[in-house]
Design a protein around this ligand. Structure first.
Ligand SMILES: Cc1ncc(COP(=O)(O)O)c(C=O)c1O
Length: 566
């Protein structure tokens, strides 16, 4: 044993442990083949697994459990007491009996960067990576990379074993991998529900609502059974009267306008912006200033003769609409704003007025999210949520989702059966800690598409204004010969989809609204040109390169004209 080390007799050292110099170990357990650097201290009741590497100047305190194959960088500090004090209430020096050790676990295969601090009562998940210098204040999900102070999820750890073959099919969306990765935790949710028969409401729903409100920077979250119901209840909860007009866009999924109609209101459209494909501020202003008039103090639509009550921007494809401008117009015309955030969980908008980034779902009077399986945060079935900072709207939405009652069998109004079930809430709660990482990965994938396809003038790529941090629910490009490109990709084994082929004002379902071709030129111009390329967090670089190569090969072969933007 090296005389420069202090290794107490009660230390359980495994086989072939390699110790450097100036190491202080007492009352701890070190697994086989672990390597410990200089000036490391490991206290009693701490344990280090097999084949770990603990770099120099690290301090592992009592109560820390480090599992096998963990890497700990230089100068990592662990804390085991959230409220440390030198003295007791009567002024004497604290002894061991006075403090309560809060355990910390570093699961197998994780890596902790140099200079990181891991606060008490934290679990760092399997294979997770903590960036150098981070301050870890809460649990780190397995297979994710976190960094910063406080440490935030950046992305998922890529799995080198999962690299697909060069010519393997590329799905439009891979919904299997994330579920397989989280299988054990997801199955646990089912087991818990089966063993408690807690299927509707209860703690699982309450705690998911709290967590999703926090994620979206909103004060309240009301979990419901779909995005469509979230929109409908938000509209009804905002006291929009039957027959009132809600202004939205024609380039969206029909659920946006279905919810409007089902709430008894009337949808009217304004055109979209040619660069972002979201609500055009110029069109909205034109509608409010020129296509409406004041009657008895209310703004009335000239086309329907109905009072206009609200604006419903859709944060389509994961990118937020220009909310400062929309809120300004809403204020000027006395209208409510409800966000359709069904495709935008975690998307951010830089408010020039507030000089800060705001999250989707935290800005309007209320917002609606969908947890349809393919969404950025998807259930294993149907689900949705309303977020709001308005306690009254939250209360009304809660009543509406549950037959108009606050107390069972006491019905203040007629409501709906629109609750999120407890199993879906539990499953969503397992996935929620991964959402920021998945979104970051989608942003990385979008940046890669830009790198791979930039400069190809025949393919128009999505535009992200400086005030937007999109979460790329979809990656939508524009080309002249969309159907042929789709077919070319299909032949190459690459999935793609169209969101959406016919603008809502031209759908059969809305003939009664009396819109005509030519009413919304931008929405009509892009509809035959837009194509959604494969986009999901686990999309591998090789897959993306193949998609980009096939897109480039098609446009070169077809010699199509560039898409012109006004
Ligand atoms: C923009 C938009 N609004 C509303 C919805 C409705 O959500 P759900 O399918 O959960 O009812 C969706 C989901 O498909 C959507 O994409």
């Amino acid at each position: 044993m090296n005389p420069l080390n202090s290794i107490a007799d009660n230390v359980k050292l495994g086989k072939d442990v390699k110790l450097s110099k100036f190491i202080n170990l007492y009352g701890c357990e070190i697994g086989d083949e672990t390597k410990i650097g200089a000036f490391v201290e490991i206290q009693k009741n701490a344990s280090v697994g097999k084949r770990c590497k603990i770099s120099s100047h690290t301090f592992v305190c009592e109560g820390v459990r480090i599992e096998d194959n963990v890497f700990i960088g230089h100068g990592v500090t662990f804390i085991n007491d959230s409220y440390p004090r030198a003295t007791t209430a009567d002024g004497g020096l604290q002894t061991e009996a006075d403090w309560k050790v809060e355990p910390t676990v570093i699961r197998k295969g994780a890596s902790i960067g140099s200079g990181a601090t891991i606060l008490a009562n934290v679990i760092v998940g399997e294979n997770a990576i903590v960036g150098a210098g981070s301050m870890v204040t809460k649990d780190v999900p397995a297979n994710t990379i976190v960094a910063g102070n406080p440490a935030r999820v950046l992305r998922s750890v890529p799995d080198p074993k999962k690299q697909p073959a060069a010519d393997a099919p590329v799905p439009f969306l891979d919904l299997v991998t994330p579920h397989v990765e989280l299988e054990a935790e997801l199955v646990e949710v089912f087991k818990k529900a089966l063993h408690s028969a807690g299927f509707v409401g209860g703690a699982a729903v309450d705690s998911f609502e709290k967590a999703f409100a926090e994620f979206s920077d909103a004060e309240h979250c009301v979990a419901v059974n779909s995005g469509t119901d979230a929109l409908r209840f938000a509209i009804m909860g905002a006291d929009i009267q039957p027959g009132d007009v809600i202004v939205t866009v024609p380039n969206t999924f029909i659920a946006t306008t279905e919810a409007v109609s089902q709430a008894g209101a009337i949808p009217e459209f304004v055109d979209i912006d040619e660069q972002t494909y979201n609500m055009s501020i110029a069109s909205l202003r034109d509608y409010l200033e020129n296509q409406c008039q004041r009657e008895n103090g209310r703004l009335v639509s000239k086309r329907s003769g109905r009072a206009v009550a609200a604006i419903l921007p859709v944060h389509l494809y994961g990118q937020m609409a220009d909310m400062d401008a929309i809120l300004d117009l809403a204020e000027q015309f006395g209208l409510i704003v409800i966000e359709d955030a069904c495709q935008a969980h975690g998307a951010e908008y830089f408010s020039r007025k507030q000089n800060r980034w705001l999250k989707a779902g935290s800005i309007g009077r209320a917002a609606a999210f969908s947890f349809y399986p393919g969404k950025n945060l998807g259930a294993c079935g149907e689900g949705g949520a309303i977020t709001t900072n308005d306690p009254e709207l939250a209360k009304k939405s809660r009543m509406l989702r549950d037959h108009g009652s606050v107390r069972k069998y006491y019905h203040d109004v007629e409501g709906y059966n629109g609750r999120l079930d407890a199993i879906q809430a539990g499953l969503l709660h397992v996935k929620l800690p991964h959402l920021a990482g998945w979104n970051a990965s989608r942003r990385d994938r979008a940046a890669d598409y830009h790198r791979l396809l930039d400069g190809n003038k025949d393919v128009l790529l999505p535009h992200e204004p400086s005030w937007s941090r999109a979460v790329y629910h979809l990656f939508v490009v524009r080309v002249q010969e969309r159907e042929q490109l789709m077919e070319h990709l299909k032949q190459a084994g690459i999935g793609s989809a169209i969101h959406y082929p016919i603008p809502l004002h031209l759908q059969k379902a809305y003939v009664s609204l009396n819109y005509r071709e030519g009413d919304f030129p931008v929405a009509e111009r892009i509809a035959p040109q837009i194509l959604s390329l494969p986009m999901f967090p686990q999309l591998a670089p090789e897959q993306q390169e193949r998609v980009a190569a096939e897109v480039a090969a098609f446009v070169a072969k077809s010699q199509q004209k560039p898409v012109l933007v006004d």
